[in-house]
Design a protein around this ligand. Structure first.
Ligand code: ADP
Length: 473
């Protein structure tokens, strides 16, 4: 079975968050299950691309409205990722260093999707299932079913995975002419709230859609940035599959980015050494419980509440806790967090993106705080569990599906209900109290590290889904 994953991100080629982690791991586990899983993504001018050899396997041209473009399909030569990796290169459009944030993002991702389809109809690559990820690939299902140019692909099932339903790729109707060979009467399939909405188009046209946790599937019909009614209508097509973690990358026993490796048996000393390195680097007191935040500094993650929470906690429990934040995002939140550095002791932040530092933090922290408003799956808490770091999470989405409060049967984390500073303060105070009980902490660490959140189970669920769709097509 040939499965083609289409994505804007794939670790370690290019990553800004969970999407990259998933697309870097899931195909590898699917290959392990006997599936020929391949990934195609835009070409980025990045370290991984510079350091690896790629072969041009196809070249051609396409049209984006009135503009013609030439594209190349490059294939990574060594197979180092455990699956075939293809890149789409288009001069001046898909050959840049950043993944997002260009003003012509619509043109970038539309051209990406068109080039992939052009390649497929002009080569002998066979695809049994399209596995599309997020709105950047949301037009594929519509195009194969409605464009005369791609009708040889029309029967191929499309599984569309929603990693984040907040971002939808909205395009104005003036750009409808970017889509070749389509009859304007099919435009209703693209439409949501007076614009072309690639995420909505994907939900309408895909064979099945999946969300990255079962709870997120339920939440989309209540909270999905305007698409609630659509999710209500199309709910029968939805399946929730919890993400896993790539234990080749995220394993404290083997993680080369950690100062000290450790196992469940050596977790106490291993974490203490990693914590010492972190505390030294960031000027934090080692004997206090270390609470961290890692992630995008945006409302979705509840990051706007961090400054107030940290101030409040330091006021009430000044000598009892240390805080460290790693993240980047909204400038106001970044500035507020930086300003705290000037007058708070036992607090520090690193504003930016640093993969290695994130590993060291999972390894050295005692608690990780995730006050997310929306969390489709959340990988941080899964990495934290593997590294024996106790998650403090708001009960939402994948956090709800993967963290049980330590006061409940079989529990190991700390949960709270609302994105309110008071509830967060209370949750951190519970962490401070818990930390004093060294026996309990040791027991929880062992329990968490023994939990199985690897990809094996979820990769099987995806493969079972593909097989059922192929049988029907
Ligand atoms: P998102 O909604 O951002 O995709 P996830 O929890 O699914 O959230 O995935 C976040 C991933 O991005 C994790 O691998 C996390 O460690 C990583 N990450 C987020 N921010 C940073 C940062 N500033 N530096 C390093 N890694 C980061």
């Amino acid at each position: 079975m040939n499965v083609l994953h289409l994505s804007a991100e794939c670790y370690p080629v290019a990553k800004t968050g969970g999407l990259g982690d998933v697309v870097g791991a899931l195909p590898k586990y699917q290959v392990g299950l006997g599936v020929n899983a391949m990934v195609i993504m835009p070409y980025y001018d990045r370290k991984f691309v510079a350091e690896h050899t790629f072969k041009i396997v196809h070249q051609g041209s396409g049209k984006l409205g009135y503009r013609s473009f030439d594209y190349q399909i490059l294939k990574e030569d060594s197979g180092v990722l455990g699956f075939d990796l293809y890149l789409v290169k288009i001069p001046d459009l898909l050959d840049r260093p950043e993944i997002y944030s260009y003003p012509d993002e619509t043109e970038q991702f539309t051209a990406f999707q068109l080039a992939v389809l052009e390649w497929l109809v002009n080569s002998n690559i066979k695809v049994d299932v399209f596995q599309c990820h997020d709105h950047h690939t949301g037009l594929i299902a519509y195009l194969i079913q409605n464009s005369a140019n791609y009708k040889t692909l029309a029967k191929t099932p499309v599984v569309f995975t929603i990693h984040n339903g907040q971002y939808q790729g909205w395009m104005s109707w003036e750009k409808f002419h970017y889509l070749p060979g389509v009859d304007p009467s099919t435009g209703g399939l693209l439409e949501w709230n007076n614009c072309i909405n690639p995420l909505a188009a994907a939900i309408k046209c895909c064979t099945k859609y999946t969300t990255v946790s079962p709870s997120y599937l339920d939440e989309l019909s209540i909270n999905s940035n305007g698409l609630e009614f659509l999710f209500e209508l199309e709910g029968k097509k939805g399946i929730g599959i919890l993400n896993g973690i790539d234990i080749d990358v995220w394993n404290p026993k083997t993680d080369e980015m950690l100062d000290t490796n450790y196992t469940p048996t050596t977790v106490k000393s291993g974490k203490a050494k990693n914590k010492a390195v972190l505390c030294e680097q960031f000027g934090l007191a080692i004997e206090k419980p270390l609470v961290v935040f890692i992630g995008r500094l945006v409302l979705e993650k509840g990051a706007d509440k961090l400054t107030e929470l940290i101030k409040e906690i330091m006021l009430r429990n000044q000598d009892e806790v240390s805080f460290l934040v790693l993240g980047s995002g909204e400038k106001q939140i970044e500035n507020d967090l930086k300003e705290l550095q000037s007058y708070l002791k036992n607090y520090n932040c690193y504003i930016g993106y640093d993969e290695q530092l994130s590993h060291q933090i999972y390894g050295g922290a005692d608690f990780i705080l995730m006050p997310s408003r929306v969390e489709p799956c959340g990988l941080n808490q899964l990495y934290a569990l593997k590294y024996g770091t106790i998650p403090i999470v708001r009960s939402t989405g994948g956090l709800k599906d993967s963290v049980i409060d330590f006061e409940n049967q079989g529990g190991y984390g700390i949960r709270f209900e609302d994105v309110s500073v008071l509830q967060m303060v209370y949750a951190v105070q519970r962490a401070i109290e818990l930390y004093k009980d060294t026996k309990k902490v040791a027991q929880l660490r062992k329990l968490m590290m023994g939990l199985d959140f690897s990809w094996t189970k979820s990769a099987n669920e995806y493969v079972a889904l593909y097989k059922s769709l192929i049988l029907k097509s």
